[in-house]
Design a protein around this ligand. Structure first.
Ligand code: FAD
Length: 339
């Protein structure tokens, strides 16, 4: 059985979170398919990188190490992956829907004529009966994602071409080490065989990495506000609540669009995905595009004037009422009871 492959992004010597999440998912897919999980890492000074990769249950890691391969640039990374996939013929290939994955994935899939589903929210193995051809396809990758503006959840399959390629955004899949002592095999690629001089036509002269001050993903508690907060000034209530609880402030797209809060705090399909221990949704209706970014939270409290708000369907606790009355009370009683 051909392998499941994960492209591992690396920055400052660390395998990216999204790649760790994809290796976790890749391991479970490989178990189901009874095949190997393999990873490819491309960059420079990668000695020992496999120690970060094997614990996720990776059987083989292919390493392309060359000073010209860091920082990331499109052409050489594409050439290496395309040639490696032509040799190894993976059945599934996963990449992060990061700025790198979004650049690399379409290039690779176009070169291999394989197709690609971007921004999947779920990946599942399943069968497909093609009634027209009266043919049953077994063990396909169901590439599941919202489509048509989030109005439907589409399951996309690719019965005929390989690899079945998908990108997934950071935070969507769970990250879990399989076994810290898991040992696989390292295959060092002879880079010269995979790239040509033409791949280095673009030279990166300078890079500037913008670091966000907001740590939505790492926050154990997220206090998120929606359009129902009513104004930018009212959002201060959420910062106050987040401060007493030790959490971070998030928002719906409608709140971002209304200018109540900056875009980097947006949660949902076109924002970040969070899965905190506690998510407090304040004045958020809970449309599917918002829920896609928060419904895996361990506990959800919804505060809304509308008892029928869709957010209530995914909430563990529902408080029906006005945020302007409820949030100050929450702050007051939380302070009182934690003294
Ligand atoms: P509304 O839907 O207007 O809801 C406001 C809620 O506040 C209502 O339920 C109301 O009952 C309640 N309310 C009003 N006043 C009060 C009060 N005083 N106290 C308590 N409750 C009150 N949305 C996202 O959030 N994230 C995304 O990433 C995202 N991506 C999208 C991508 C696409 C392609 C599309 C088409 C849409 C996307 N959206 C996204 C938008 C999404 O469809 C909704 O429009 C948006 O989530 C609504 O935000 P909201 O719940 O804050 O506002």
């Amino acid at each position: 059985m051909n392998s499941v492959f994960v492209y591992c992004e690396i920055e400052d010597g660390q395998v990216a979170e999204v790649s760790q999440e994809l290796m976790t998912k890749g391991r479970s897919l490989a178990n189901e398919l009874k095949c190997k999980l393999e990873a490819i890492v491309i960059g420079h000074q990668l000695e020992g990188v496999e120690e970060q990769i094997f614990p996720y249950g990776v059987d083989t890691v292919h390493v392309a190490d060359d000073k010209r391969l860091f920082p990331y640039s499109t052409l050489p990374h594409t050439s290496i992956i395309v040639k490696l996939f032509e040799e190894q013929k993976p059945q599934i290939a996963l990449m992060g829907a990061s700025s790198i994955g979004r650049d690399l994935g379409p290039r690779v899939s176009s070169a291999l004529h394989s197709g690609l589903t971007a921004d999947c929210t779920s990946l599942v193995i399943g069968d497909h009966l093609d009634k027209k051809q009266d043919k049953n396809y077994e063990n396909l990758l169901y590439q599941i994602r919202p489509a048509f503006g989030g109005n439907i959840i589409a399951t996309i399959i690719n019965p005929d071409c390989r690899p079945q390629m998908a990108t997934v955004r950071e935070g969507v899949m769970k990250k879990q080490v399989l076994d810290p002592k898991y040992k696989g095999k390292v295959v060092k690629l002879d880079v010269a065989k995979y790239v040509s001089d033409a791949d280095f036509a673009v030279e990166i002269i300078e890079r500037h990495m913008e670091k966000s001050k907001v740590n939505m993903k790492g926050a154990p508690i997220v206090v998120a506000g929606g359009y129902g907060m009513g104004s930018k000034e009212n959002f201060q209530l959420l910062y106050d609540l987040a401060e007493v609880l030790g959490g971070e402030v998030g928002a719906s797209r409608a709140a971002v669009d209304a200018g109540y809060v900056e875009h980097e705090r947006q949660i949902g399909q076109t924002g970040v995905t969070v899965r905190p221990k506690l998510y407090i949704a304040c004045g958020i209706s809970g449309q599917i595009q918002h829920r896609a970014g928060m419904e895996e939270s361990a506990q959800i409290i919804a505060i809304n004037t509308d008892p029928e708000a869709p957010i209530n369907a995914v909430a563990d606790y529902v408080i029906t009422g006005d945020v302007a009355e409820i949030i100050p009370k929450m702050i007051k009683y939380y302070k009182k009871n934690t003294k």
